[in-house]
Design a binder for this molecule. Structure first.
Ligand code: ADP
Ligand code: AMP
Length: 215
């Protein structure tokens, strides 16, 4: 099963993608994670992406699409994949459709995690991310068992530099202007399922699982 997981920054995409990986054994493709890894390794995509990410802007479509294309071409997904954070623009959505035709796969579900904007800042400011495996926690809503240590792999937890107040403002604004129009795009195609992301993590996951029944 191939899924697009959409929603504003902090909506819970990474959290729910981790649940889906456990439940269905599919691969988690997070463009944010791929960019952060590229940044750490100083690859060409990392060097280009650095300044855009730091200030909360989207990395230009050409690079993002090329990177996703490469990732889909070079890896196998026997149990399907979850796209988390891609597409983020209409151009990316259209390109994904041509990549799907070329590589002969289909998108089985487009899930949109719906969370009130005023809740997102708190989710983002309390988020702690593992340097090693990318797992996310929250100081208040999902604290790790040991402070600053990842429950999953023992890696160090850190606060992402693009979670400063200023960068979060830009990211939410960027979402409104460039990514939210995708909701209409997929609604018109009759492909979207809205999920109430403003519930406990377990409740959100149950709603997702229900929506995937029979897919
Ligand atoms: P995204 O990948 O959409 O940016 P994350 O999955 O990283 O979002 O979630 C953002 C923060 O909010 C994390 O710290 C996570 O632990 C927390 N979180 C995720 N889902 C919920 C939820 N349903 N209720 C409260 N906090 C949540
Ligand atoms: P995320 O981890 O999904 O919050 O993404 C972190 C940052 O990576 C974003 O703020 C963007 O700068 C960049 N990024 C991730 N996915 C995309 C995308 N599909 N298009 C453009 N930029 C992206």
């Amino acid at each position: 099963m191939n899924i697009i997981l959409m929603g504003p920054p902090g909506a819970g995409k990474g959290t729910q993608a981790a649940n889906l990986v456990k439940e269905y054994g599919c691969a988690h493709i997070s463009t944010g994670d791929i960019f952060r890894k590229a940044l750490k390794e100083q690859t060409k995509y990392g060097v280009i992406a650095k300044y855009f990410i730091q200030f909360g802007h989207l990395v230009p479509d050409d690079y993002t699409i090329a990177m996703v294309r490469e990732h889909l071409k070079e890896n196998e997904f026997p149990n399907g994949f979850i796209l988390d954070g891609f597409p983020r623009t209409i151009i990316q959505a259209r390109e994904l459709e041509s990549i799907a035709k070329e590589f002969k796969f289909q998108i089985d579900a487009v899930l949109n995690l719906d969370v009130d904007f005023d809740k997102l800042t708190k989710r983002l400011s309390g988020r702690r991310t593992c340097r090693e495996c990318g797992a996310t926690f929250h100081d208040e809503f999902n604290p790790p068992k040991q402070v600053s240590v990842c429950d999953a792999c023992g890696g160090e937890l850190y606060q992402r530099p693009d979670e400063s107040e200023e960068a979060v403002k830009v990211r939410l604004d960027t979402y409104t202007k460039q990514t939210r129009p995708l909701i209409d795009y997929y609604t018109m195609k009759g492909e979207i399922t809205n999920i109430n992301g403003d519930q406990s993590m377990e409740e959100v996951f149950n709603e997702i699982k229900k929506s995937l029944e029979g897919k």
